[in-house]
Design a protein around this ligand. Structure first.
Ligand code: PHE
Length: 432
């Protein structure tokens, strides 16, 4: 009887322990309770691999800083990174692995909107918060309340370039060459045209291509004959650099306009001198002399031997926003964490103050950068604010960067515009 009882106890304890282990951790990695696992996914191989690499770097730097300062609620943040090779199918596969196998408490990613759109339903379904650092297509956060982002969205970004084209470059006509394999590019095409038309301009021709195309001469030749004042190319760096080269080869010297998708250290190698004149909308300027930005630029450059592009800056901010939310939520319970993320207000990021609106999108100004291929540099041109946002009038703002970069401005400079008050998205470009 005694032996039987002992055997029973033994069997019970083995079964019980293994049950507990299963419930707590099924992936075989150590989860001793003193780390918080965060999934990160993006492309470190494939056509837009600098997007994923910068994102990974930005998050790594943020986690190291947070951990060096004691972590979050006494626990260290641990990044589990998955390469999705920049495809929507792989994005969906790797986010499922991070959530279901690795049991991450939250996910940071993706960059390209089409990849975020493929992966977001997995996070929403599993009720695991996903913060996209840099996907700007409006549909991404519409997937559900567990999906948010720390960047502005494309109805704003498209309007920013339309305003710059119309108000600053005085363009009356535009051509658009968009990537019809990307949700990002399709959205920007639509939003740019809407605003440009509203401002009295005309989009005289719209042409498309697909990612990985190499020859854009047929589309460009058609455009050339219509002599648009500017050409809007809302694509990713790999294709837009070749488009710039081929346009110049065809004798087209108009300003080329683009969006954040042009931002990559690779752009200069691929496009060279053809990338002038050209302007893009973007999330921040690494030249902004505000000390918090320069500290970040210094730390990042020291660590990775390259200046942080906007992807790195947004990724860094997404990691810090997540850490702040875990702190405010008092832990990682998913519903509480989601609520804490979604109520982020006035968080001081390197890409600006981050406040999420009711649709979980950040409401922030955009910068317009002028390309300087001779120096392989994006140079600050102006800041454009969303409707109703009052531009700051004190120090530590883009105004300093403006002053520092005043030589890059053209004759109808916007230098004084940020000193104006409300509704500066129109004021910004009215200074004659
Ligand atoms: N906004 C782009 C998209 O949604 C991604 C991107 C962000 C690319 C910032 C470069 C820099 O697809």
């Amino acid at each position: 009887m005694k032996n039987f009882f002992l055997a029973f106890c033994l069997i019970f304890s083995v079964v019980f322990t293994s049950c507990v282990q299963k419930g707590g951790n099924t992936n075989g990695t150590t989860n001793t309770g003193d780390t918080i696992k965060v999934g990160v996914y993006g492309d470190t191989t494939g056509a837009t691999s600098s997007f994923g690499q910068s994102t990974k770097n930005g998050i790594q730097l943020a986690f190291e800083e947070i951990n060096a300062a004691g972590g979050v609620n006494g626990k260290k943040l641990e990044m589990l990174f998955e390469d999705d090779q920049g495809t929507p199918e792989k994005a969906k596969t790797v986010i499922s692995k991070l959530i279901n196998q690795d049991k991450v408490v939250a996910v940071l990613g993706e960059v390209a909107s089409s990849n975020s759109l493929a992966a977001a339903p997995v996070a929403q379904e599993a009720k695991i918060p996903m913060i996209s650092p840099s996907s700007t297509n409006p549909k991404v956060t519409e997937v559900g309340d567990f999906i948010s982002r720390v960047c502005f969205i494309d109805p704003f970004q498209g309007a920013v370039m339309a305003k710059f084209a119309s108000n600053t470059l005085k363009a009356k006509t535009a051509a658009i060459l968009g990537d019809n394999s990307s949700d990002y590019s399709k959205g920007l095409t639509q939003f740019f045209e809407q605003e440009f038309t509203k401002l009295g301009g005309t989009v005289i021709t719209k042409q498309t291509y697909a990612q990985k195309d190499q020859d854009f001469k047929a589309q460009l030749t058609q455009m050339r004959d219509q002599k648009p004042d500017v050409i809007y190319v809302p694509g990713y760096y790999g294709e837009v650099a070749i488009i710039a080269k081929q346009a110049r080869e065809l004798g087209m010297n108009q300003p080329l306009l683009g969006g954040d998708g042009w931002d990559s250290p690779e752009l200069w190698k691929l496009g060279g001198a053809a990338l002038k004149p050209a302007y893009i909308s973007n999330h921040y300027s690494a030249d902004n002399p505000a000390p918090e930005i320069q500290n970040f630029v210094k730390a990042y450059t020291a660590k990775f031997s390259v200046a942080p592009d906007s992807l790195a800056a947004l990724a860094y901010d997404s990691a810090k926003v997540l850490a702040d939310a875990i702190k405010r939520a008092g832990g990682t319970e998913s519903a509480k964490l989601k609520d804490a993320i979604n109520s982020t207000k006035e968080f001081a990021g390197v890409t600006g103050k981050i406040t999420l609106d009711a649709s979980r999108n950040a409401v922030k100004p955009a910068v317009v950068l002028e390309l300087n291929p001779a120096a392989s540099k994006f140079e600050f041109a102006t800041t454009i604010y969303p409707e109703g946002m009052t531009p700051p009038t004190t120090t530590n703002t883009n105004m300093n960067a403006m002053a520092a970069n005043s030589n890059t401005m053209n004759s109808n400079s916007n230098m004084n515009s940020t000193a104006n008050t409300a509704n500066s998205n129109t004021n910004t470009n009215t200074t004659k």
